[in-house]
Design a protein around this ligand. Structure first.
Ligand SMILES: Cc1ncc(COP(=O)(O)O)c(C=O)c1O
Length: 454
C-alpha cells in the first residue's frame, strides 16, 4: 500500500495534537484494522517512508509495528515487511456477555460476583410492609422516595463546588447494567461514538452495539486511561457519551492515582461529552480514598451504582444519579421502552440491607483482601511467568498469561475451571493475552481451581 493511501485509511483516528504518539498511532492503526479500513493482507509501507509521511521518527514507527505484532494484528517477515493479519476486523459480540458468565459444571472464577448471600444481614418483608408503601398501589416509576433519598445522602460530594444530589436526581434501577442501558438509550444518538476504556465491563460493549452506537476504546496504562490520548479521541470522535469505570476499575481491579485522576477530570470538564461514571465497585476499594473524579466533575457526570458487588448480585438493585433534566429524559425513555419502575419487594429488601451497609462492606473488604492476596501469592508460585495487575479493590484480578486469553479460557474450561477471556472485556473484541479471575471465592475453592489448572 502507498504511504498516502495508508495515511488516509488511519486518518479518521488521527488528530493534529497528540500526546504519547506511540500509543496514539497504534490505536489509530488498530481502529483502521478493526473497522476494515485496513483489510487483512494489507501490506504496510516501508517503515522509513511511513515515518516521513506521518512526520514521526523511524524508531516510533518500529515501536508501533512491534506493539501491533505482539498483539497479533500484524505479521512481519524479514525482507517482506509487515502486513495485516487475518481475523482482526472488529466483530460485534455474537454471544451476550452474561452468557459467558454462566459456567455450569465448572469451578466458576469467571463471574465477578460474591459466591452467595452469606454476608447479607437478616432481612424480612411482611404484608404489613406492603400496606405501608407510598403510593398504596405500589407503582413507583423512579423508585421509592425513602430509598432514593438514602442513595442521594450516600453520594454527597466531599469538597466539590457542586451541590449535593437531591431526591429528584436519583432513579432506582434493577442493577448497574440496567442503569447503563437506560442512559445509553436516552442520551446517545444512534451511530454516535461512545468512549469507553479499551478494557472495560463487557456487558457495556453489548449495550453500545445493541443501541447502534460505536464503542471506541481509550488506551490505559498501569495508572488508568492515558489523558493525552483521551483528549485526542474526544476531539476526533466527538463522542455522545464517555463512560468510565471508576474508582475501582473493572476488569483490572486498579485505582488511578490522584494525579492521573485530576488530569482526566480537567480534560473531561472541558469536553463536549456527557460523562458517565460507573461506580459499581467504588465501595470495594481496599484502602478507601476520596473519589476524585466524581468530586471534581460534580453535576457534569452521571453516576451509576449498584448493590450487586458490595452486598449481593441477586438483590438486583442499582441507581442513576443525574441532573433533574437528564433524569426526566431517562425516565421518559424508560417508560416508553423498558418498564414502569422497580419492584417494591426488592426495594424494601434494599432499604433493610442499606441499614447494615457499612458493617457488611467492611467485612466484605477484609474478606476480599485475604482472598486476593491468597490468589496472587498462589499464582506467583504456580505461574511465575504471568504478569498480574495490582489489586487495589474489587472482586477480580487481571492476568497476562502470555498466550491468547480465548485459548487459555477454552483449555481451562476443559479442565473444569471457568475464567473470563480478556477479549470479552475489550471495546474492539480483539483477542488479548489476558484473563480475568474472580477471587471472591472461599480459599478451598480457589485452591481446587488452581489444582485443576495444573
Ligand atoms: C463495571 C460493572 N458495571 C456494571 C455491572 C453490572 O452490575 P449489576 O449486577 O449491578 O447489573 C458490572 C457487573 O459485572 C460491572 O462489572
Amino acid at each position: 500500500m502507498q504511504d498516502t493511501q495508508f495515511v488516509k485509511a488511519i486518518a479518521p483516528w488521527l488528530s493534529p495534537t497528540d500526546g504519547p504518539i506511540r500509543a496514539h498511532l497504534a490505536l489509530a492503526i488498530r481502529q483502521a484494522i478493526g473497522t476494515g479500513h485496513l483489510p487483512a493482507g494489507t501490506r504496510l509501507p516501508p517503515e522509513r517512508s511511513l515515518a516521513a509521511a506521518l512526520h514521526v521518527s523511524r524508531p516510533t514507527i518500529s515501536a508501533v509495528v512491534e506493539d501491533l505484532r505482539a498483539s497479533g494484528m500484524l505479521t512481519s517477515r524479514q525482507g517482506s515487511g509487515s502486513w495485516v493479519t487475518e481475523g482482526h476486523t472488529q466483530r460485534r459480540p455474537t454471544v451476550p456477555f452474561v452468557e459467558l458468565l454462566q459456567a455450569s459444571g465448572s469451578i466458576d472464577l469467571a463471574a465477578a460476583t460474591a459466591p452467595d448471600a452469606s454476608l447479607l444481614p437478616p432481612m424480612r418483608v411482611e404484608n404489613s410492609d406492603f400496606l405501608g408503601v407510598e403510593p398504596a398501589n405500589g407503582l413507583t416509576p423512579l423508585g421509592m422516595e425513602q430509598l432514593r433519598r438514602n442513595i442521594a445522602d450516600r453520594h454527597r460530594y466531599d469538597s466539590s463546588h457542586s451541590p449535593d444530589p437531591t431526591l429528584d436526581q436519583v432513579i432506582m434501577t434493577s442493577g448497574a447494567h440496567h442503569a447503563l442501558g437506560l442512559i445509553i438509550a436516552a442520551c446517545a444518538q444512534r451511530g454516535s461514538s461512545i468512549l469507553v476504556e479499551e478494557t472495560t465491563y463487557g456487558g457495556l460493549i453489548d449495550m453500545i452495539h445493541a443501541n447502534g452506537c460505536v464503542p471506541v476504546g481509550v488506551p490505559r496504562d498501569d495508572d488508568g486511561p492515558i489523558p493525552e490520548v483521551l483528549s485526542s479521541l474526544l476531539r476526533t470522535h466527538r463522542p455522545s457519551l464517555t463512560i468510565l469505570v471508576s474508582s475501582v476499575h473493572s476488569p483490572t481491579g486498579t485505582v488511578s492515582s490522584a494525579h492521573r485522576t485530576h488530569a482526566l477530570a480537567k480534560i473531561l470538564t472541558a469536553a463536549q461529552t456527557q460523562v458517565v461514571l460507573d461506580e459499581t465497585y467504588a465501595d470495594l476499594e481496599f484502602s478507601p480514598t476520596t473519589r476524585v473524579l466524581a468530586n471534581e466533575l460534580g453535576n457534569k457526570a452521571i453516576r451509576v451504582g449498584s448493590l450487586s458487588k458490595t452486598l449481593w448480585t441477586g438483590l438486583r438493585t442499582g441507581w442513576i444519579i443525574a441532573s433533574p433534566t437528564i433524569c426526566t429524559d431517562i425516565a421518559r425513555r424508560r417508560f416508553q421502552q423498558f418498564d414502569l419502575g422497580p419492584s417494591i419487594p426488592s426495594q424494601l429488601f434494599a432499604l433493610q440491607a442499606l441499614e447494615h451497609f457499612d458493617v457488611v462492606v467492611q467485612k466484605r473488604r477484609a474478606q476480599l483482601i485475604d482472598r486476593s492476596s491468597w490468589l496472587t501469592d498462589a499464582l506467583a508460585v504456580k505461574f511465575p511467568d504471568w504478569s498480574l495487575s495490582r489489586v487495589d479493590g474489587g472482586l477480580a484480578l487481571w492476568a497476562e498469561v502470555h498466550m491468547d486469553g480465548n485459548t487459555f479460557a477454552k483449555q481451562a474450561s476443559e479442565r473444569g475451571v471457568a475464567v473470563l477471556p480478556g477479549s470479552a472485556c475489550r471495546a474492539d473484541g480483539q483477542p488479548t493475552p489476558h484473563i480475568r479471575l474472580c477471587f471472591d471465592r472461599p480459599i478451598d475453592v480457589l485452591e481446587a481451581a488452581l489444582d485443576r489448572l495444573g
